[in-house]
Design a protein around this ligand. Structure first.
Ligand SMILES: Nc1ncnc2c1ncn2[C@@H]1O[C@H](COP(=O)(O)OP(=O)(O)OP(=O)(O)O)[C@@H](O)[C@H]1O
Ligand SMILES: [Mg+2]
Length: 511
């Protein structure tokens, strides 16, 4: 462990309880965070990690138990109170104001800004902090112009600007590229070396192993383990987390595929700012085949998916499903002809946050039986179908009649995948389908994708997670600056080879 550490924890939770609608999200939780350590929090989706973090950050008040800061009991009336006491959190879902600049976001909620701190000083502070912590940022940029990774930097710098001594990062790497994650780990170590304390929530055991000093494991709201990282075996951590042994499924060697399901020819799609994002690409996906698309985010993958599922009309080229042209078809026509789509952002693009879980599950299928008979909607079908899918896909934490946004991240994703595969699509297009999911949920979603393939659907798996692509795809394409710069059967793919292509290195073309 780096930095000096005294015996009194920087902050401590003692026997904390927190329930939501009768569900115990934190149950007798005791947790110590030492000075100068990076402390990882592990646990399945819904285990109570975000709840624990939010209690420390003053967002939730515990129902019972206490918070001790440097040994003194404290109560926080809200996040402002906690920040005043030196505890700041970067939430799983960011809270920046999109229309303000980076510097203006720094100023929000700061007690001295406007009185003693001027605009120019804010700019300088943002720049200096960014440089010092290896998180460079343009202070005059508006938040909406920034990538997610950059927005996260702003959130972290904002806390450092307020001189937070305790920084809570709730699944920060779920939205980062591998390179960005690496940079963040360096920053985290630097903060710890300065005597700050960092809580790091992640589902990726290799990340936890790489960056943390200690690990606390939660299961069903309770602390079930606490170990020094150097003594922790990844397999043991996984077992403690889920209470059983787990093996992630991967594809088996495949030989024959069916006929071509999806044929893409010379496809061009525009990006958000009018520039071409997909620059004339062609490929095919066959029945029973999983084709992976690797690439660093921002190289046209999003626009490719939009162009394929009808969310954005291509400027030229063609898309055909089972030989039928769908290039200019609407989203609804795409769904009806056999497309299913698992988007990267679950709430918003994927699910309707305010509707219930049953309603969300029916969202794409309600025009068909059993939901509809003639012109009538069958109310009982929503209830029965909902119950069946919740059970079959192991969607946990559902409460009847309550909006789906109250589910934990992994359960949201299970619901989304359930809805899409229930359509029995001809082609399933999935973007980073297991991002932010725990091992158990990852296993469930991977199995769903494999069983869609076994049913004879074509699958296009767009992901930055090379491990996942290597585990599932039969063939891998690499996208770089809107073009396909490499294609290989999975047997010939390695992380190194893909990584080089993703960074723009071209390979010699062999005949
Ligand atoms: N504001 C809320 N209202 C109702 N229920 C909630 C709320 N916040 C959390 N819960 C429930 O409390 C439990 C714990 O949720 P929490 O978000 O802490 O889990 P998590 O470990 O962070 O999961 P994930 O890995 O998916 O982010 C879940 O059952 C969740 O549905
Ligand atoms: Mg969470």
């Amino acid at each position: 462990m780096s930095g000096e550490s005294s015996d009194t924890p920087a902050v401590e939770l003692v026997d904390v309880d927190k329930a939501f609608y009768g569900v115990k999200a934190n149950d007798q939780v005791s947790f110590q965070l030492a000075r100068g350590e990076v402390h990882a929090l592990l646990g399945e989706n819904g285990a109570g990690k975000s709840t624990l973090c939010s209690i420390l950050a003053g967002l939730y008040r515990p129902d019972a138990g206490g918070i001790f800061l440097e040994g003194r009991a404290v109560t926080f009336k809200g996040p402002k109170d906690a920040l005043q006491a030196g505890i700041g959190m970067v939430y799983q879902h960011f809270r920046l104001v999109p229309n303000l600049t980076v510097a203006e976001n720094f100023a929000l909620g700061h007690p001295d800004v406007g009185v003693r701190i001027k605009q120019k000083e804010l700019y300088r502070a943002a720049e200096e902090l960014g440089e010092r912590y290896g998180l460079p940022i343009d202070p005059s940029a508006r938040i909406w112009q920034l990538s997610v990774g950059e927005q996260q930097r702003v959130e972290i710098l904002k806390l450092l600007y307020r001189d937070a001594r305790i920084l809570i990062l709730d699944e920060p790497t779920a939205v980062l590229t591998p390179q960005e994650s690496k940079a963040l780990f360096k920053t985290m170590r630097q903060m710890a070396a300065e005597g700050r304390s960092v809580i790091f929530v992640s589902h990726k055991l290799n990340e936890v192993k790489q960056v943390s000093d200690r690990v606390t494991i939660l299961r069903d709201g309770r602390v079930v383990g606490e170990v020094a990282t150097r003594d922790a075996e990844p397999a043991d951590l996984a077992r403690t987390m889920v209470g059983r042994d787990l093996e992630l499924p991967s594809r088996d060697a495949r030989t024959g595929f069916g006929p071509t399901v999806l044929a893409v020819e010379g496809l061009r799609v525009q990006g958000d700012r009018g520039l071409e994002a997909v620059c004339g690409i062609s490929f095919e996906v066959r029945a029973g085949e999983i084709v992976g698309v690797a690439g660093v985010s921002g190289n046209g993958q999003r626009e490719l998916a939009y162009g394929l599922v009808g969310l954005r009309t291509p400027t030229s080229g063609s898309v055909a499903l089972d030989g039928v042209d769908v290039t200019r078809a609407s989203v609804l026509e795409h769904i009806e002809s056999g497309f299913a789509y698992i988007p990267q952002s679950r709430l918003g693009m994927g699910l309707a946050p305010g509707l219930t879980t049953e309603e969300n599950l029916a969202l794409k299928a309600f025009r068909r039986a059993p939901y509809t008979k003639g012109w009538r909607l069958i109310a009982a079908a929503f209830r029965d179908e909902g119950a069946r899918q919740i059970q079959q896909y192991d969607i946990r934490g559902v409460r009847l009649g309550l909006p789906i946004r109250l589910l934990s991240g992994g359960n949201l994703q299970k619901a989304l995948v359930a809805r899409e595969v229930e359509l029995e699509p001809r082609i399933l297009i999935a973007r980073s389908p297991t991002r932010g999911l725990d091992v158990g949920a990852t296993q469930a979603v991977r199995n769903q994708i494999l069983s869609e393939r076994d049913r004879g659907a074509g699958v296009l798996l767009i992901s930055e997670d090379l491990d996942e692509l290597l585990a599932l795809a039969d063939r891998i394409l690499v996208m770089y600056e809107g073009e396909i710069v490499g294609e290989m059967p999975a047997e010939e793919a390695t992380a190194e080879r893909l990584g080089l292509l993703m960074a723009g290195e071209r390979e010699e073309v062999s005949p």
